[in-house]
Design a protein around this ligand. Structure first.
Ligand code: CA
Length: 347
């Protein structure tokens, strides 16, 4: 146990000395083959963010380089993200707060829980949590992109506000990202298209992403619909009785209590970004994306079009069979006890 605490202490200390420190900094052979991701999320709002963030942290395929929070109560979201990182065995993952509102509105000091934070009760204060990154989200992402050029996939499963600021403030660093993978919009067919919340919250940032030259993968929000959890999956989380699974069970409880339009079972819409990165489950086609912004930023619309020479990769649906197989892998990862239960995992 003493050894474990020493390792944990060293990792926490290292993250304090170097704000860009992340698990990828370890010169470990196996780490090189991992898919390096930064998760940009509005965790603590809809239930899929916490589930898929836990999945990524717990999965050996991914090296979670950082988690950044966006939209509304970014501080409460950061606490939840840090609790996930801690309980799933990676307290060293840097977690940075991002932008409160969509562009071009100015940030304001955000007091207290927003109506948008649905399950912040799982981490109501800083007690026992790793310290947050001293950097703002866009600065942290830019620094990691510079440090690992061409290696990092930035996955956005919340509003694209942090990406917008990143494009404005660190245009050279953005070019060093491998790609941005976004869960956003609904476009199951050419006639059936609508903008999703992740794009609607900050349409200016989306328009900037389209105009930038950064490789962009846009996945329909309903792509992972066949992977939604069933009652028996929630039951498995409940009976596992680990601190990590208990966190998820509590989040599901508060989400159901506080979100009036919560579905009966947790959906995993945001899983599409990780399914894409794992490969073999979601087919993409080349296309173009257009966003229409109404007066005052209201009523934004989305049009996607398949164009063979298009610069955006569009992904629509994970077939049922592959989604069910993915759900089982997903569940296995969530149910695996992190070595040391809350201490750093050896990979
Ligand atoms: Ca989300």
């Amino acid at each position: 146990m003493t050894k474990l605490f020493c390792l944990l202490g060293a990792l926490v200390l290292l993250s304090m000395i170097d704000p860009l420190y992340s698990p990828g900094a370890r010169a470990d052979e196996s780490a090189r083959e991992k898919i390096k991701v930064i998760i940009d999320t509005d965790i603590a709002e809809d239930i899929d963010d916490i589930l898929v963030t836990a999945f990524a942290v717990a999965s050996p395929e991914f090296e979670v380089m950082a988690i950044t929070t966006v939209d509304g109560n970014v501080r409460a979201r950061s606490r939840v993200a840090r609790k996930v990182a801690l309980l799933f065995g990676h307290p060293e993952i840097p977690v940075a707060e991002g932008y409160v509102r969509g562009m071009p509105l100015e940030d304001t000091t955000y007091a207290g829980f927003s109506g948008g934070v649905r399950y912040g009760e799982v981490a109501p204060d800083e007690q026992g949590l790793p310290a947050p990154s001293p950097l703002r989200a866009d600065r942290l992402i830019a620094g990691l992109a510079e440090k690992y050029p061409g290696e990092i996939s930035l996955v956005t499963i919340g509003s694209m506000g942090n990406v917008g600021h990143l494009l404005v403030r660190y245009p050279e660093a953005v070019k060093k990202l491998k790609r941005i993978v976004t869960n956003g919009g609904n476009f199951t067919g050419s006639d059936n298209q609508s903008i999703g919340w992740n794009l609607r919250y900050d349409p200016v940032a989306v328009a900037m992403t389209i105009r930038s030259r950064v490789p962009w993968v846009l996945l329909s929000e309903s792509a992972s619909r066949y992977a939604s959890l069933r009652a028996e999956d929630v039951g498995r989380l409940k009976s596992a009785g680990l601190p990590s699974t208990e966190l998820l069970v509590q989040a599901i409880h508060w989400w159901r209590t506080n979100k009036t339009d919560a579905t009966s079972m947790p959906h995993v819409s945001d899983l599409n970004v990780f399914a894409y990165l794992l490969g073999g489950r979601i087919e993409t086609t080349s296309g173009e994306v257009r966003i229409e912004i109404g007066p005052g930023g209201t009523l934004p619309g989305l049009r996607v079009e398949e164009v063979p020479s298009g610069r955006v990769q569009l992904g629509r649906l994970i077939p049922r069979e592959k989604a069910e197989e993915l759900r089982e892998i997903f569940m296995q990862r969530l149910l695996s006890p992190p070595p040391g239960a809350g201490a750093a995992k050896t990979r």
